[in-house]
Design a protein around this ligand. Structure first.
Ligand SMILES: *[C@@H]1O[C@H](CO)[C@@H](O)[C@H](O)[C@H]1NC(C)=O
Ligand SMILES: *[C@@H]1O[C@H](CO)[C@@H](O)[C@H](O)[C@H]1NC(C)=O
Length: 408
């Protein structure tokens, strides 16, 4: 009996030791987040092992795990018609409310899911429920783009598939076919999907071939730049689950089809040292010392190296490409973008990407609504549904849908 108690105690301590991580006091439901993080780390170990054994690419294992979990989420289909089809050769899923009055035109929402341009299942679980909720709460036709991902394809394929599917949907005859009001179409995305939504809405804004423009863009904790991995939020939240700073750098390199050896030099901003002329030209567009308020900057110091690793920008010109890093756009490009709702989370490495973009859009004359969640963490919008939900996730979804309801 004593032995059993001893073993049980040891087991509990071991599990607690592996699960426990120090978290900021203001974060939403810290114990739940620790469990989620432990599960995530466990899967990460398995996928690293499988990768090193040469069994499969680490991203594939992660995707199997995510799909497995997402399949557990109950499917509810009440009142929403679901159709899988292609827009200009790109796989999409269209959600339409079944009830419709004659001749009534609806709102339209184009949605790009997150997952570091390499993971995520738009047709399963939380993203599926999110699209159904948008379709039903907004009485909208929602198009989710099932773009191909890394490691099969790299930049600019993800961006181009999102753009082409969007251009197809925005054709007047296609909108008419779905009874969508051309004056009331928005684009929306979370995380890497927020990156794609920002990039696509910039392009649609300047595209002379698209007569229909977006009325609004919703960017949920978007990733917008890869030149500074030492913004205050990257410094403050580098170890906060579930998007660690290191993981974000890896997602970037996977997206660009680059060598993961660049992770370390990029994390210390070696790729944008002062001796690189090309990187320096963009510095003002992400100079957080002028773009962010003091309450966010606190006492954090910019990390600017005197000398660095110039070969990275030579090898990866996409780091300076606005289609990959929308924060680097010039003001005349930003000015053509639609009014924006930007959701940022305090406990997120990408917080300052979103805040800086909001500031730059405002400077360009675009109307911006900033929604900053003090207890939010990266990914919370994907945790808004049973069985895995956080109060902050539910709130985030309610907030952005309410904004769309007013502004679309
Ligand atoms: C769109 O038209 C304007 C004015 O004619 C022109 O200046 C601009 O370069 C065009 N944009 C694109 C993307 O072709
Ligand atoms: C960063 O750049 C410096 C100067 O070129 C170099 O000595 C150092 O090894 C680089 N660090 C990494 C991690 O690449």
């Amino acid at each position: 009996m004593k032995l059993l108690c001893g073993i049980s105690l040891l087991l509990v301590v071991t599990v607690a030791y592996h699960i426990y991580i120090p978290l900021p006091r203001t974060i939403s439901e810290p114990w739940k987040l620790m469990l989620l993080d432990a599960a995530f780390r466990c899967v990460t170990h398995v996928f690293n092992m499988a990768h090193h054994l040469g069994l499969t690419h680490r991203i594939h294992v992660l995707n199997y795990a995510i799909n497995g979990v997402e399949m557990l989420v109950p499917v509810s289909c009440e009142g929403i018609q679901v159709q899988d089809t292609h827009f200009d050769g790109v796989q999409v899923r269209v959600y339409q409310p079944s009830q419709k009055e004659k001749n009534q035109l609806r709102r339209g929402v184009v949605f790009f899911h997150g997952g570091g341009w390499s993971i995520g299942a738009p047709k399963l679980g939380s993203y599926d429920l999110l699209c159904k909720k948008m379709a039903s709460d907004l009485n909208a036709v929602v198009v989710t783009v099932d773009y191909r991902m890394a490691p099969e394809v790299h930049f600019p394929v993800q961006y181009e598939e999102c753009l082409h599917a969007t251009q197809h949907f925005l054709k007047p005859e296609v909108l008419a076919q779905y009874s969508v009001d051309p004056e009331r179409v928005a684009v929306c995305g979370d995380s890497a999907g927020g990156n794609l939504a920002a990039a696509v809405s910039q392009q649609i804004g300047v595209d002379n071939d698209s007569s229909v423009k977006f009325k609004a863009q919703v960017l949920i904790y978007p990733v917008l730049q890869a030149l500074d991995f030492n913004t205050p939020s990257y410094q403050q939240n580098q170890d906060v689950p579930i998007l660690y700073r290191r993981l974000m750098a890896r997602f970037w390199l996977e997206y660009l089809g680059a060598n993961l050896d660049h992770v370390h030099p990029m994390l210390i901003n070696n790729h944008t040292a002062k001796d690189h002329v090309r990187g320096s030209a963009h510095r003002a567009k992400l100079d957080w010392t002028t773009l962010l308020p003091q309450s966010i900057k606190k006492d954090y110091k910019p990390v600017v190296k005197e000398t660095g690793s110039p070969e990275i920008l030579e090898k990866l010109p996409a780091l300076l490409d606005v289609r990959a890093a929308p924060l680097l756009a010039e003001e005349d490009r930003l000015r053509m973008a639609p009014r924006a709702y930007i959701l940022t989370c305090e406990h997120d490495v990408l917080r300052d990407d979103g805040l800086m973009y909001g500031r730059r859009l405002e400077q360009a004359g675009v109307h911006v609504t900033s929604d900053h969640l003090q207890d939010g963490f990266h990914g919370c919008v994907s945790f808004a549904f049973w069985p895995c939900y956080f109060s902050v996730g539910i709130r985030a979804v309610q907030n952005y849908i309410a904004w769309l309801d007013e502004n679309l």
